[in-house]
Each structure stands twice: as structure tokens, then as C-alpha cells.
Design a protein around this ligand. Structure first.
Ligand SMILES: [Zn+2]
Length: 493
């Protein structure tokens, strides 16, 4: 199936879920010289590099809000965050580019992961709860910081820019088929593409940097080895709890393909430790007791999230009653977690119990004022009640928090569509069409808006896309009829 894309602009930005990072990248493309080189701050060698340090920081800043929500939003525990933030800052100060900005986040998801961009260093609740001591935490964060300092992300962006330049130049010639597939391949990655798929050499380099940063702070570098084992185990536990296999979950298999198997790396890390200049340990170099007391509350709450995770899985499988039962149990154990009430709201939304849904979203927002999923949920309540003005207000708030949230773009576009504000609807619907091109309604709706604003050529394209995705729906039938009217069959002699 080959969908037509709407404008060259969108051809370049054919993105899933996260649109605005690519807008930043595109801006960069316009201003970069074709070939440039820079000295790597870690290796001291010259390398191909299109991104300046200022741009690196700008990309980190642009990516931060969407990244935050793609990984569950913030886990709110000020004291814990302050304790860990201090460790991260100490590691950062020990790095090659201590002048770069940095802020530490705990991401509220059970998915075990950690990542860093300039200005953004994060670990998920799931991984943090499995860490055994401060030194292991420092090892994981040191490794991620290593990726930033050695400019691995910047290198990937440079490569992507070259690909996109190629795409932009070739787009006119490629026309549809081949071009569409290529673009889809680029676009099927989210903003996580800024984080994933470091190559093997880069992983080893980051291991080495992580070990260096942590040992110079007095942590026992051997804990880098146990941190690797913990990461592996936590992935196993996560997958097992959800009753999946490693290869079944595409995100997990992606995560694992980018984190080479432990056995291979452990001996390499041991070698790095053996070659380290003499280091002295601060106390026992582990700080297990401090770490345990600081993370005790998180570990307790994390166990309740296991119940929530199961409920969320039931919800995704449309087992709403089971999901609600699990959720009630989780809320009974801890009623102060916004995600619990939020999921409750979405269950009620599915059951068309809008009053209860609204109440549940309100509860989540009373706990966490800017909890984006519930702001979006409120927008949906208004949309389903056909209160479009209010829906627009909520959806705009949702986008302010999470600019790359495709579903909110759809909600906004749909609201404007129902208000007959076709011009306003178009850009939001087009954004969603690029992010979720297989959606059964989007192209037909977009076609109507384009036709209403006299953009016949684009409308024809949208109707054709609708016929490719869902020809038999009401919108599909409409698209067929409009195509016949707009593009009469050529007269044969
Ligand atoms: Zn890595």
C-alpha cells in the first residue's frame, strides 16, 4: 500500500508520533553547509559533524517535552529526584563538556530504560527500582552521559540530515512508490530515534566513559558490571510480568538490540577497569544503604504499578471490566498516582460514561496539574459530548505540554472539522495523517476540509489515500463519489 503524502514539507517530515523534532532538524538542514568537520570532545579526533554544540543543545531542548511524555511523564518525588540529581550533576561535572546544561528526570514507566540528551538525563521508574546501590545508578547514568559527551546523538543527527537532504533532493524524482517506502522507513521511528541504535563501538566508548566518570567520583567501577546484569534482569522481569516474550514486544526487542548482550560487554568492562589509573573508593564505593533508604518509597509504589501495568494491558486488549477491577485495587493501595485515575478515566470513556470519565480525569489533574494524558482525556470528553469549543481549549493545553502527541492533533483537527472551521482543521489533520497514515478516517476527513478550502489537487490525493486505507466506510464511499466528480473519467474517442 502506497499512500500519497501531502506536501514536500510533510514528505520530509514523514514522522510517527513526534513531529516537531523534525521541524527543528529541517531548520538545521536549511542553514548547514554541506560538508563540515569538528573535533570530537572525547577522542580529540576530527570527525564529520553538521551539528554545532548550540544546535545540539537546541535539539535537546526541543525534544525534551515530547520525550518526557513518550516515557510516561514525570515520576513525582521531589526528595528522590534531588538526591539522584546531585549524583548526575557530579558525573556531568566530571565529563568532557561540563558547561552543557543538564536536568535529571525520573520517567514514570515500568519499562526499564535510561537515556540522555544534552540537557536531559533520565532513568525510568522500572529500571531505578531494580538498582541495588548508588554506584550502579552512577554507572548507568555515566554510560548515558558518555553518549552525549562523545556526541553520538549529534553524529546520528548529522547522518539523518544527510539522508534527509538526499530525500529532499530526490523527492521530486522518486514520485510515490519508492520514495514513499523510504520515507515510511525513516518516519516509523519516533523521537526515541534520537536515543536508540547506537552502534557497538559507541556503546563500548560510552561504557568506558561511564566507568571513568564514576570511578573518579569514588564509586567502585566493578558496579558497572553488576549494573549491566541488573539491566538485563529488569528487562526479563518486565517482559515476564506482562506475559510476553522478548521478541514479541517491538520496543523491548529494539531496546535489547541497542544494548548488546551483557556477556559480551562484561569482559570488556572488566578490561577497562583493569586499565584505569589508580582510583580511590569513597567509603565502600557502593553506598547501598543510603540508596536503599532514599528509594524505599519508590520501590513500594513501583510494586503497585505492577498491578496498574496489568490493568493497562487489559485496557489495551479491551478487557475493560478486568482493567477496572485491577485499577480499583491499585487505587486502594495508593490513591495519589495520577496515572491510576487517568486510566480509570479512559476505561469510562470507552464505556461512554462521560461524567465518570470527566471525574476521573479531574482527579488525576488535581494530583498533577499538568498531567498531559488527562488533559487530552478531558478534550475527548468534550469532543464526544459535541462541545467542540471546550474540546479545542483542552486539546491546545495538551499540545502545549506534548507538542508531538499525534492523537491530540487528531482531536483538534476533528473538533475544528465539526465546527466547520476547515482551514484550521487542515494542518492538525495533516499532522495526524503523517503520523498514523493507516487510520481509517483521517484521509477522507482531510479530503473534505481540503475541498472546502478549494485545494482540489490535495483533496484528490487525500480521497485516493482514503480509498487505499478504508474504501468501504462512509468516508470511503464519500471519497469515491467526490473523486468521480472531481476527476471525471477521460473521454475516449
Ligand atoms: Zn548505550
Amino acid at each position: 500500500m502506497v499512500l500519497q503524502t501531502y506536501q514536500l514539507w510533510y514528505k520530509i517530515l514523514f514522522m510517527k508520533r513526534n513531529l516537531h523534532i523534525f521541524i527543528v532538524l529541517l531548520n538545521l538542514i536549511i542553514f548547514i553547509p554541506l560538508f563540515s568537520c569538528a573535533v570530537n570532545p572525547v577522542s580529540g579526533e576530527r570527525e564529520f559533524m553538521l551539528v554545532s554544540e548550540e544546535q545540539e543543545v537546541a535539539i535537546g531542548k526541543e525534544a525534551a517535552p515530547s520525550l518526557k511524555w513518550e516515557f510516561g511523564g514525570p515520576y513525582e518525588d521531589r526528595a528522590l529526584e534531588a538526591y539522584l540529581d546531585k549524583i548526575v550533576r557530579d558525573l556531568w561535572k566530571n565529563s568532557e563538556r561540563p558547561h552543557l546544561p543538564v536536568k535529571f528526570y525520573i520517567q514514570n514507566t515500568s519499562l526499564p530504560n535510561a537515556f540522555a540528551l544534552p540537557g536531559y538525563v533520565a532513568i525510568t521508574r522500572g529500571l531505578l527500582s531494580e538498582m541495588e546501590n548508588e554506584a550502579q545508578f552512577a554507572a548507568v547514568m555515566g554510560h548515558e552521559i558518555g553518549h552525549v559527551m562523545a556526541r553520538h546523538t549529534a553524529k546520528r543527527i548529522s547522518r539523518m540530515q544527510m539522508q534527509q537532504l538526499g530525500v529532499a533532493i530526490g523527492a521530486a524524482a522518486l514520485e510515490g512508490k519508492k520514495g514513499g517506502d523510504t520515507l515510511l522507513a525513516i518516519g516509523s521511528m519516533g523521537s526515541s530515534l534520537l536515543l536508540l541504535k547506537y552502534d557497538r563501538d559507541q556503546e563500548i566508548q560510552s561504557d568506558r566513559l561511564g566507568v571513568k566518570y564514576m570511578s573518579s567520583l569514588g564509586y567502585d567501577p566493578h558496579e558497572a558490571i553488576s549494573a549491566h546484569k541488573v539491566l538485563e534482569e529488569s528487562v526479563d522481569n518486565y517482559v515476564k510480568r506482562l506475559g510476553k516474550s522478548r521478541s514479541e514486544d517491538s520496543f523491548i526487542s529494539g531496546l535489547l538490540s541497542t544494548h548488546p548482550r551483557a556477556e559480551v560487554r562484561l569482559s570488556e568492562i572488566q578490561e577497562m577497569i583493569d586499565k584505569l589509573p589508580a582510583y580511590s573508593l569513597k567509603k565502600d564505593g557502593k553506598f547501598a544503604r543510603t540508596f536503599h533508604s532514599e528509594t524505599r518509597k519508590l520501590n513500594e509504589i513501583n510494586k503497585i504499578y505492577h498491578i496498574y501495568d496489568k490493568a493497562e494491558q487489559d485496557y489495551r486488549e479491551k478487557k475493560y471490566e478486568e482493567a477496572e477491577k485491577g485499577l480499583q485495587e491499585a487505587i486502594k493501595l495508593n490513591s495519589s498516582q495520577a496515572p491510576f485515575h487517568n486510566l480509570h478515566g479512559f476505561i469510562k470513556l470507552q464505556q461512554k460514561k462521560y461524567d465518570e470519565a470527566d471525574k476521573a480525569f479531574g482527579k488525576a489533574l488535581s494530583i498533577s496539574q499538568s498531567y498531559q494524558p488527562s488533559i487530552y482525556g478531558r478534550g475527548l470528553v468534550y469532543l464526544y459530548r459535541e462541545n467542540y469549543d471546550k474540546a479545542v481549549v483542552e486539546f491546545k493545553k495538551s499540545l502545549a505540554e506534548f507538542p508531538g502527541h499525534a492523537q491530540t492533533h487528531f482531536g483538534l483537527g476533528k473538533s475544528y472539522y465539526h465546527m466547520n472551521q476547515y482551514k484550521e482543521a487542515i494542518s492538525y489533520l495533516a499532522n495526524f495523517a503523517q503520523a498514523v497514515p493507516e487510520h481509517p478516517e483521517i484521509h477522507g476527513m482531510l479530503g473534505i476540509c481540503l475541498e472546502k478550502t478549494n485545494d482540489t489537487a490535495q483533496a484528490v490525493m487525500a480521497y485516493k489515500n482514503q480509498l487505499l486505507v478504508a474504501p468501504d466506510t462512509e468516508l470511503g464511499q464519500h471519497a469515491k463519489a467526490r473523486l468521480a466528480a472531481l476527476e471525471p473519467a477521460p473521454v475516449t474517442k
